[in-house]
Design a binder for this molecule. Structure first.
Ligand SMILES: *Cc1c(COP(=O)(O)O)cnc(C)c1O
Length: 389
């Protein structure tokens, strides 16, 4: 009998806290309960037709059936640079400062392999998108968690990181607008990150997945628009959340050319790029999208308003989000995150995400995703009101 043993890097991964919740969700569904699932951050709306049409047309072209270029089609990278210029006023060299990704998750997962040696520290926020930490572990790096706390507006406190950690730190991940807390960053915070990076020689990786998903006319700032940012870091981005394209797997990283080059070198040894017909559709997505974005923002704004008003009525504390499609809510007295999320699932048939699933400092919170229509969200709130907690 073969003895199959997992590698240390897999054994080191934190326990998957959502597995137990998935099991419970299936159990509740099996009882015939109509579960309202606002657990996962996956848009419910379809990809716009004009983007789908451009894929269909491009898919018929034999020149796109061959291996794609590793770093992305020149036209795709030029479209990314043009998008940055037009929307954010950031100038990028499309061929040296942009690399295409099979979704931003892929780039985030691979970047530590390009720069982290065993024992190097990577600063990661907590609670956070889990990939920053697992990618660090896969590269034999040591994740150092920076708690995101309400009293700091869910920004990491860079001033309290111990000197011994800073000495070994080579990379920092930040993510604004933030998943899961829905917090936003100010240009002043980004300026502080640039100074911090220069002082301690730390590469900055900013995850900007929710750049276009903002409310009330607010435009979340780009890290790359910060003076000096191009010398110290890169920004990850994708079409997933903005254009309802999570299933398409297309994104990019942009910024400092040496960091982009390192990521590209790793990737060219792992994958062979993105199907070029999908890149053609990505170019189409980035063209003249103001009307589309306004429509999506209006849908999420209505949903946010329903949820924020409903939570206030229930006496559940939250901060109305200025961006992202998440609402980060404090669990009521007498519960911890897992306990309250279980209560909502088992008693009300509502699936949410426990804050501690994103890291220890997320304890005391749960996350609701605005990815069902407003009538469904209202029904969720009505169920909670009826059953209580
Ligand atoms: C959704 C998400 C991503 C991943 O998006 P891709 O589909 O891989 O581009 C990255 N970061 C955060 C914070 C996310 O919420």
């Amino acid at each position: 009998m073969l003895k199959i043993e997992k590698a240390e890097r897999l054994k080191q991964l934190p326990p998957y806290l959502f597995a137990e919740l998935d099991r419970k969700k299936d159990e509740v569904r099996a009882k015939g309960v109509d579960v309202i699932d606002i657990g996962v951050g996956d848009p419910d709306q379809p990809t716009p037709d004009h983007i789908i049409d451009s894929l269909c047309k491009a898919a018929h072209e034999p020149r796109f059936h061959r291996y794609p270029s590793y770093s992305g089609m020149n036209d795709f990278r030029k479209a990314v640079a043009a998008w940055y210029q037009k929307r954010l006023g950031v100038t990028l060299d499309p061929l040296k400062e942009v690399v295409s990704l099979i979704g931003s998750k892929e780039g985030i997962a691979h970047i530590p392999l390009a720069f982290i040696n065993p024992g190097d520290v990577v600063l990661v926020p907590s609670p956070a998108y889990p990939v920053y930490k697992t990618a660090t572990i896969f590269a034999d790096g040591i994740p150092y968690e920076m708690p995101l706390l309400k009293e700091n507006d869910f920004l990491p406190d860079l001033d309290i990181i111990p000197a011994a950690i800073l000495q070994k730190a080579k990379m920092i991940f930040i993510n604004y607008p933030n998943n899961p807390t829905a917090a936003i960053a100010t240009p002043e915070f980004f300026a502080k990150v640039v100074a911090f990076a220069n002082q301690h020689n730390i590469m900055v990786c900013h995850d900007y997945a929710y750049s276009e998903m903002a409310y009330d006319g607010y435009q979340p700032p780009s890290f790359l628009a910060t003076p000096g940012a191009m010398e110290v870091g890169i920004e990850f981005h994708s079409l997933s959340k903005t254009y309802n394209m999570t299933g398409w797997r297309i994104g990019w990283a942009a910024g400092n050319r040496e960091i982009i080059g390192g990521l590209g070198q790793i990737k060219s040894n792992i994958d062979s790029g993105i199907f070029e017909a999908i890149q053609i559709a990505g170019i189409e997505a980035m063209r003249d999208d103001d009307a589309w974005l306004a429509k999506m923002r209006a849908i999420y704004t209505e949903r946010r308003d329903v949820v924020v008003a409903g939570l206030a009525k229930l006496g559940l504390k939250t901060i109305a989000p200025k961006a992202t499609f998440y609402v980060w809510v404090e669990v009521p007295k007498g519960y911890d995150s897992a306990g309250f999320v279980t209560h909502l699932l088992e008693k009300c048939g509502i699936c949410t995400t426990p804050g501690n699933g994103f890291g220890g400092p997320g304890e005391g919170y749960f996350r609701m995703a605005l990815t069902v229509d407003k009538a469904r969200l209202q029904e969720a709130l009505d169920r909670i009101a009826k059953i209580g907690f």
